[in-house]
Design a protein around this ligand. Structure first.
Ligand code: GLN
Length: 269
């Protein structure tokens, strides 16, 4: 029987992916693998691992194979109904945490797995956190995540802000679908398996960003921030949209990869 180390080496996958799949099969953590990597694998483990390796070989994202992905230090359930949470989005969370006033009302638009509002609520229990999504399947996953992580977040089925008419917030955040419809990345890697409605607006990539910027205004209290994640090349366009719409202190922040990633502004009413 091959050892666990040999299974990883001969899988043909990237080492990290192979390790993640193997740890899922044996239901152990990384420390266990370091101590046991020269043990012979059982026939059952080998068969189960090979099945997962085959799924990965045809491109299925590791997060969907495992059914979970870590975000901001917590495990979130993910299925093909939701976008896989990205480390880039942790920037949006950091900026939101720094700007949400004590006991403020916050809403996340297009919440997907719920990684943003759940993280905000768990990091800042004083906040009153809401989240919307147009997809009932996504909201079901977000609700499962909130229950599993014990986060008190209100989820509302809504096309952006339409279902919360009349409500106002101290902070609005969103990581909307912002990829241009003809971007080659949509037909590469993990993105091929993710819900296209969570990735692209079917147009130039700026349409949802622009409609959120317009729609958010009556929902923002004086002095409230709107923070939007966007593509590396959309910073200038987003600032332009925000400025034209009358937001103040308009600016763009860069992610850990040094790419423009979040833009925002304050609404003074
Ligand atoms: N808010 C979720 C995330 O950041 C989903 C975003 C989306 O589906 N576009 O992961």
């Amino acid at each position: 029987m091959p050892t666990y180390r040999e299974l990883i080496q001969t899988s043909g996958l990237e080492r990290f992916d192979a390790q993640m799949l193997l740890l899922h099969v044996v239901q152990k953590n990384r420390a266990w693998l370091i101590a046991h990597d020269t043990d012979s694998a059982s026939a059952a483990h080998i068969a189960e691992f090979e099945a997962l390796v085959n799924r990965r070989r045809i491109g299925e994202p590791v997060a969907y194979i495992l059914g979970s992905r870590e975000f901001y230090g917590r495990e979130f359930i993910v299925t093909p109904a939701v976008l896989i949470p990205r480390p880039d989005t942790e920037l949006l969370v950091e900026l939101a945490l720094a700007r949400a006033p004590q006991a403020g009302r916050v809403i996340d638009l297009g919440t997907g797995s719920g990684c943003i509002p759940i993280t905000l609520k768990l990091e800042r229990p004083d906040l009153s956190v809401s989240a919307v999504d147009i997809s009932p399947d996504a909201l079901a996953i977000a609700q499962q995540n909130a229950a599993a992580l014990n986060a008190d977040v209100r989820f509302v089925p809504s096309d952006w802000l339409s279902a919360v008419a009349g409500e106002q917030f101290e902070l609005i955040v969103s990581n909307p679908p912002y990829i241009e419809a003809n971007d080659v990345h949509l037909s590469q890697g993990d993105l091929r398996f993710e819900p296209s409605g969570a990735l692209t607006d079917g147009g130039d990539g700026l349409q949802h960003l622009a409609s959120i910027i317009t729609q958010a205004k009556p929902h923002l209290l004086a002095g409230a921030w709107l923070l939007l994640e966007h593509g590396w090349d959309q910073g200038a366009a987003c600032r332009e949209l925000l400025q034209t719409a009358g937001y103040e202190q308009v600016q763009t922040w860069r992610d850990l990869g040094d790419n423009d990633r979040v833009s925002g502004g304050i609404w003074q009413g």
